[in-house]
Write a protein that binds this ligand. Structure first.
Ligand code: NCD
Length: 299
């Protein structure tokens, strides 16, 4: 079987690959890109709820001229007629499907699809493992701000352990030469994350020192069950507000992949800051996903 290129995480992409994708994203946003995958069949397979990622993949595919099929999991024979996911992929290959975009609660699911599919698999989030297109649009947002990430300090606050967004972002940030600081309690940010170019801080004020960009993550209340720290203490120690952000570099930007919880990981004052970049991140999501599809399909 011919194996086409898939995007499972950012570890397979060099700094040149990342800049290639960002140059395509910029041309797409300027309207000077001729990129297209006209007539290519794209199947979107989302086993978890999604607003931003699902909609932006759909728009990206449509704007590239693809034929788009959204397959709800309950309609899959694999889910209710005993067909294996391998056979489902063989079926989609035989139909000439070019791209499968997949989100699934189980780590490794997109990679296993790619083994049985004669097309491109794009991981739209698998369990706690990876969410490469979110990381790409976050990196693209930061590059738009700073030109280069080399030597820039990026602070990620919160539940790193369970966050596929943080895991992919860390890979991309290191590839582009950024310094990464992780802040949160031990149960959510194990010390083992510390390593080459990555520092772990327990004190948010220390972690904020000199940060050029701050990435927030959604905090899930259920993660605090059985944890030494309760949600109230977490909020007191790690919630970001405008006053605390003063410790960061001047003109630091604040990002969040969404959906965000007001009053939990961020205070309402963050939403009014000039450095709040949530809308830009969402806006870049479509162009960056178009660039990824062009990069994978057209090479
Ligand atoms: C994230 C996800 O689903 O991984 N959201 C997103 O894709 N924009 C983050 C989250 O749900 O917390």
């Amino acid at each position: 079987m011919r194996r086409r290129r898939s995007l499972i995480d950012l570890d397979g992409l060099s700094s040149e690959d990342l800049h290639d994708i960002f140059a395509r994203s910029a041309a797409i946003e300027r309207g000077t890109s001729g990129a297209g995958i006209a007539g290519a069949a794209c199947v979107n397979l989302f086993f978890e709820p999604s607003t931003r990622t699902f909609t932006s993949f759909n728009l990206a595919e449509l704007r590239l001229g693809a034929h788009v099929v959204n397959l709800a999991p309950r309609e899959l024979s694999y889910m209710n007629k005993g067909e294996s996911i391998e056979d489902t992929m063989i079926t989609l290959s035989a139909m000439g499907v070019c791209v499968v975009v997949v989100r699934h609660p189980q780590e490794g699911f997109p990679a296993s699809l790619a083994e049985h599919f004669d097309g491109h698999v794009v991981n739209a989030g698998d369990g706690m493992h990876a969410h490469p297109t979110q990381a790409l649009l976050d990196l693209y947002t930061m590059l738009g701000e700073f030109g280069s990430l080399d030597g820039r300090r990026v602070l990620i606050i919160g539940d790193i352990l369970h966050s596929r967004v943080a895991h992919s972002a860390m890979l991309g940030l290191r590839t582009l030469g950024a310094e990464v600081v992780l802040a949160g309690p031990d149960a959510l940010v194990p010390s083992a994350y510390a390593g080459d170019g990555i520092r772990v801080e327990r004190d948010l004020d220390v972690a904020l020192d000199g940060a050029n960009a701050v990435m927030l993550l959604r905090i899930q209340r259920e993660r605090f069950a059985g944890m030494p720290m309760d949600l109230e203490e977490y909020v007191r120690r790690y919630r970001l507000d405008a006053a605390r952000l003063h410790r960061a570099a001047p003109e630091a930007i604040v990002m969040h992949p969404g959906p965000y919880n007001r009053g939990v990981e961020l205070d309402e004052s963050i939403l009014r800051l000039p450095g709040w970049r949530y809308a830009q991140q969402v806006m870049h999501g479509v162009g960056v996903r178009m660039a990824v599809l062009d990069f994978l399909v057209n090479g």
